[in-house]
Every structure is written in C-alpha cells, then in structure tokens.
Design a binder for this molecule. Structure first.
Ligand code: MD6
Ligand code: FE
Length: 218
C-alpha cells in the first residue's frame, strides 16, 4: 500500500447517513426576512434564556427559546419538554405557519410538529456533538432551518466515535434528520461571522421542529 493510500484508509471517510437531507436556500431572502419578523414577536413574548447543562450547571453558549405547544429546556435537573417558558411561566407562542408548511411538505407522513426550539448563536457560540433523543417518538424527522451567519455543521453516525462529515449551513437552508439519520450525532463547530446581512446585529438563529409525543393511533 502506498503511504497516501494508508492515510486515506486510516482517515475513514464518513458517508452521509441515510435519511439526512440538506436543502440549500429552501427559504429565499424575502421569506427569511418575514420569518425573522415573526421570530422577533415570538421572542418578545418568550424571551431568550441561557440554559445550563444537567448536573454541572455549566451554561450553554447558545441562548434559547421555543414556540409551539411544547418547548425543550435544559437545567440542572435534566433535559425535558414542557408547555411553559421556564422564566416567565407562560405558554410558548404559536409556531409560524411557514414552518409547519415546510414540515408538511418534507415530512408528509409524520404527525404535526409540537416543538420548535429556537437557538441563538452569537459569534463565538457553538453546539457540541449530540443526539436529539429527548422525544418519546423517533418516527418523525427533526427539521432544521438556519437564519443569519453561516455555520459549520458536523454530522456522524449513531456512535459518538463514528467518523463525521462537515458541511456549511447558510441562511435559508433547511436540514432534515430522518430515517437512519434521526439519531445521528451532530453539532455546530463554529460560525462564520459577517457572512449574512439578515440579522442586523449578526449571529445565527437555528430553528428545529420536532414531534415530541407519540401520535394517537387512529
Ligand atoms: C444547529 N442543529 O444547526 C444545530 N438537530 O444550530 C441541530 O442540533 C439539529 O440541525 C437536529 C436536526 C437538525 C439539526
Ligand atoms: Fe440537534
């Protein structure tokens, strides 16, 4: 084996997991601006908060809020979904219809989404490699919408140690983790500040739509 080939073999190339989809530019600029305007109203009602890691209490570098009937929260007691904002105690605002429309288009067989997690990244924020596994059902995909500065997204397999592959998520992009990719490890390694003019103070918003509860059998 030539030295080059030995290196190539060692650096196992990750294949994108089946069921991962990346739809660059799914929302055009006008749709992105309209969605940001809706998110400003949502965040006025349900302010961004800084979650902390279970047990350690270490703060996340992203700030969060939610819309929809359920919201994902993290505090020293653990990760969970709850119907109320952890600080205000009020119900989460409704999900914008542009988001439920994209869900209906891309996940036509899934029951409607219940939670939309809103993650706000300042220029130094990141998101460690994780699985989205706090839902009671993994049948529906998780759908993500990116707004603002471009981010470097990394996705691997079902084990934390599996090889990973990186791609950039830009403003207006949609990503879908479904099928075998539903429980794939993934994270955000970094932002590229100044790559978008959408958010007037920079940064990035990522929205993730999830089905949380098992649908009623009909
Ligand atoms: C982010 N995304 O893009 C982090 N999760 O900021 C996620 O954690 C994510 O993009 C589930 C499905 C798609 C995602
Ligand atoms: Fe995730």
């Amino acid at each position: 084996m030539t030295p080059d080939k030995a290196v190539a073999t060692q650096r196992r190339k990750a294949a994108l997991p089946q069921g991962f989809r990346h739809l660059p530019g799914r929302l055009d600029r006008q749709a992105q601006e309209a969605l940001v305007a809706e998110l400003r109203i949502i965040i006025a009602e349900a302010p961004l908060f800084t979650p902390v890691m279970p047990r350690t209490g270490k703060p996340f570098s992203v700030r969060m809020s939610n819309c929809g009937s359920l919201g994902w929260v993290s505090d020293v007691r653990g990760y969970r979904y709850q119907p109320m904002h952890p600080v205000t105690g009020r119900p989460w605002p409704a999900m914008p219809s542009v988001l439920t429309d994209i869900w209906a288009e891309l996940a036509p067989d899934a029951p409607p989404p219940e939670a939309c997690l809103i993650n706000f990244y300042g220029e130094d924020a990141r998101m460690g490699l994780h699985q989205d596994r706090d839902e009671a059902t993994f049948d529906a995909p998780v759908l993500s919408v990116s707004l603002g500065d471009t981010a470097l997204f990394r996705i691997g397999g079902l084990e934390r140690s599996d090889p990973t592959l990186s791609l950039k998520l830009s403003s207006g992009d949609v990503a879908l983790l479904g099928g075998a990719a539903r429980l794939a490890f993934h994270g955000i390694d970094r932002l590229y500040p100044g790559t978008s003019t959408l958010l007037k103070d920079g940064g990035r918003i990522n929205l993730t739509l999830r089905r949380v509860t098992k649908p009623e059998k009909t």
